[in-house]
Design a protein around this ligand. Sequence first.
Ligand code: C5P
Length: 221
Amino acid sequence: FSPGDLTGSRILITAGPTHEDLDPVRYLGNRSTGKMGIALAEAAAARGAEVELILGPTELSTSVPGVTTTNVRSALEMHAAAMARWSDCTAGILSAAVADYRPAEVAKEKIKKSDGALQLRLVRNPDIAAELGASKRPDQLLVGFALETENGVENARGKLERKQLDFIVLNSPRTPGAGFGHDTNQIQLVDRNMVTDFELKSKRAVAEDILDRLVAVKQTR
Ligand code: C5P
C-alpha cells in the first residue's frame, strides 16, 4: 500500500454489536467488540480517507483525525445512520455484527418473572448491507463480512450476490486467536472469481489487507 492512497475517499464503516432492548434494563446482544471495524477506520484515515464510523454499543472508541464516530445502539438506529450517510460515501465496509432479530415490542416496564416459561416474539431487522447494496451507484464499492461455521466460501458467495457486495471478508471461526474480541484475525477475501487466503495477523494488518484490495478494485473501475 502507499500512504495517501485513499485520499479523496469517504468510507462508511459499521462496527461492533447491536443491542436489541427487551425492557428498560435488558437486551439481546452478541460478543462483537468492534475491534476489527475500529482498526479499519483508523487504517483508512491514516491512508487519507474521511471515515464515517457507525459504532454499536462497545467499551471501545477511537479519536483519530479523519474518523467521525456516530454511536448507535440498535440495528434500527444503525440502519438509519448508515442510510443517511451512504449517498455521500465512495465505499462502505460493513463489519458490524447486526442482530438479525429484535423483540417485537419493547416492554415499558421491567418484565416480571413468573413460574412458567417466558416466550419472546422476535421480528426481523432490516439488512443494512442488502439495502446499501440495492442503492449502490457504479462509483461506490461495498464490502461485507461473513462468519460461517460451514461451507464458508459457498455461503459467502451467496451473500455477495444477494447483498450486491464487491467482495467479502470471510472470518475463520475456528482459528485460535481470530474473531470476536481478539487482537488478531485470520481472513479470506472472497469475490466472484477468486478466494485469497491470509495468515493470522493483527487486526490492523488485516485492515491494511482489506484496504489494499479496496484500492485495487477501485483502480479496475
Ligand atoms: O447475512 P449475514 O448476517 O451473515 O451477513 C453479514 C454481513 O452483512 C456483514 O457485513 C454485516 O455487517 C452485514 N449485515 C447488515 N445488516 C444486517 C445483517 C448483516 O449490514 N441486518
